[in-house]
Every structure is written in structure tokens, then in C-alpha cells.
Design a protein around this ligand. Structure first.
Ligand code: BDR
Ligand code: CA
Length: 301
């Protein structure tokens, strides 16, 4: 299998952690770097969490760089209720691989300039602040990105921040707007798709029983996702849908929609509007949840 060279931009976060473990475990990916930003929790913690996941996989060779500590213009949104005070629900992890010197944006720009144009795929699992900074400060490098696949937004599903707004875009609407305007090869994976891919307590049990340390840790991470949701039967696996879509696009029916980001203040901040004057974006509008979950669990075995 040819490995797809990928960069992961992330704010771990329980579901980010699962997506990173999938990228580390699956032979279809060659992880070329991880960049972090504030989102689910502050930058220091998201960076330490990403470093701890790399350490778990013994991947001290993967460059890790810290990025944006805050959205472009606004105060963030607090998600500690979902992801726990440490962002990973108290799951024990090894001593993190330390972040390297140099900002995430500088690292991304250098990588993109060094590799053949179009060869790197960027997986965005958090707010789009780092990518927006790259587009603004290094447009030549941003144009060399092969493809961006980003978890964010909602089209028809109710939001998880405002009535129709989703966390990653609501956290930094101006960044999302800059990314939509940049005419990149962008695929969005909104709640319409990610809420179809759900882990149950059976998923936890089957992962805890596997031999691989990454799989077992994934089981602990999903179990932690239930701690503040004891009455729920299942939990949505938002960020893993990004690598899952890259592995099996057929599981995520998609359409090209013209979209605009709501830049108002208040509950619609970051909302996506379908608008004939908007920017064309490939959008995953659903998912074969069962097949996607099976692929995740099998990959982590
Ligand atoms: C997104 O927001 C975060 O809480 C998750 O990590 C995911 O990236 C879901 O709306
Ligand atoms: Ca995330």
C-alpha cells in the first residue's frame, strides 16, 4: 500500500486523540508532522497531549510544533466539560515527545516548500487558526498543499455550540472564513457526517481486549468520552472521520456546496450558510457509520 504523506493540525481533545492514533496505526498514512493549537483546551495542554500520543507510538521522529494560542480575533469557547481538565479525560499517557522550536506555521511553510507541490495532505482536526495564519503569512506555501480535509461545521444537523454552529468553526470564524476564501482543495467533514460515526460501550470493550497498545489506549479514550455522558448509549467520533474519509471516501457521500461563514457575534458565529455567492467546498453530508467504525477498530487492532 502506498502511504499518503500527511500533516495533522490538532487540539487534542479525546476525538482528536483517536484520529491521531488511527493515523499512527494505519499503513495507509505516513505522518510527516503534527502541529497544535488552542481549541478543546489551551495550547500547552494540546501540545503535551499530542506529544504523549507520539510517545505512546514510539514516534519521537515525528516533528511536533506548537501553533496558535488563541483565535485570530475572538475569545475562545471552553470545552473542558467534554474533554476533561487535561483534554484527554484523565487517560494515562507516557512522557510527551517535546515540541520542537519554531512555530507551527513556520514548520508548515518550510515542509510545504521542501516537498513537491501538491504532495502533502493536511488533516485539520481543530479550529482553522493555524491554516489561516499560513494562508496570510506564507501564501506561496499554502498554495502547495495538495488537499485539506477538515472536521468542522454543520449543514443540516443542529450545532454543538449554537443552534446551527459547530465548535471548530465557532471557535475561530474569521479563520474559517479565510480558509474558505483561499481556494484550496478543501473537503469539510461536518456534524452531518460525524454524528453518524458513533462508538458504543461495545466499541470500548472490543478495543480494550485487543493486543495492540494503541488499540487499548483508544479503548480507554473512548471510555473517558462516556464519563460525563453516563446516560448516553453512544458517542460521536468527530475527528476520526477525517482520516477515515481519506481511507474510504466511498463511506462518506459528498457534494460540492457553495458556503459562506457567518461572522456575526452571538450564537450564529461560525455557522455555515449555503449561498450562491459563497465558495465551493466539497462537503461530506453523511456517513456509513457502521462501516466507518469497523474500519477504525480494525485499524487499531
Ligand atoms: C469538534 O470540536 C471538538 O470538540 C472536537 O475535537 C471536534 O474537533 C466537534 O465539533
Ligand atoms: Ca478537535
Amino acid at each position: 500500500m502506498t502511504r499518503l504523506p500527511v500533516l495533522v493540525d490538532t487540539d487534542p481533545g479525546l476525538d482528536d486523540a483517536l484520529a491521531i492514533l488511527l493515523v499512527l496505526a494505519h499503513p495507509g498514512f505516513a505522518l510527516r508532522g503534527v502541529t497544535t493549537l488552542a481549541g478543546n483546551i489551551g495550547l500547552e495542554r494540546t501540545t503535551a497531549n499530542a506529544g504523549a500520543l507520539l510517545a505512546l507510538a514510539g514516534r519521537h521522529d515525528v516533528p511536533l510544533h506548537a501553533g496558535a494560542g488563541a483565535p485570530l480575533m475572538r475569545a475562545g469557547v471552553d470545552e473542558a466539560a467534554i474533554h476533561g481538565a487535561d483534554g484527554l479525560g484523565g487517560v494515562a499517557l507516557p512522557v510527551p515527545v517535546p515540541a520542537r522550536t519554531g512555530s507551527a506555521v513556520h514548520f508548515l511553510a518550510e515542509m510545504l516548500r521542501a516537498e513537491p507541490a501538491g504532495s502533502l495532505t493536511l488533516l485539520c482536526l481543530g479550529p482553522l487558526t493555524n491554516l489561516a495564519h499560513l494562508i496570510r503569512t506564507a501564501p506561496d506555501a499554502a498554495r502547495r498543499i495538495g488537499r485539506v480535509v477538515a472536521m468542522g461545521g454543520t449543514i443540516r444537523e443542529p450545532g454543538n455550540v449554537g443552534p446551527m454552529s459547530e465548535f471548530n468553526l465557532a471557535f475561530d470564524p474569521e479563520a474559517a472564513d479565510a480558509v474558505l476564501r483561499a481556494a484550496l482543495d478543501l473537503t469539510l467533514v461536518p456534524l452531518d457526517a460525524t454524528r453518524r460515526v458513533r462508538a458504543s460501550r461495545d466499541t470500548v470493550a472490543s478495543l480494550l481486549a485487543v493486543a495492540s497498545p494503541l488499540g487499548q489506549k483508544a479503548g480507554e479514550i473512548i471510555r473517558a468520552y462516556f464519563l460525563d455522558a453516563a446516560t448516553r448509549e453512544s458517542r460521536p467520533l468527530h475527528d476520526p472521520c477525517v482520516p477515515l474519509l481519506l481511507l474510504r471516501p466511498d463511506l462518506f457521500p459528498a457534494q460540492t456546496l457553495r458556503l459562506r461563514v457567518d461572522l456575526s457575534e452571538g450564537p450564529d458565529a461560525g455557522r455555515l450558510h449555503v449561498d450562491p455567492a459563497g465558495h465551493p467546498v466539497r462537503v461530506a453530508l453523511g456517513a456509513d457509520g457502521e462501516a466507518a467504525l469497523t474500519l477504525l477498530v480494525e485499524s487499531l487492532r
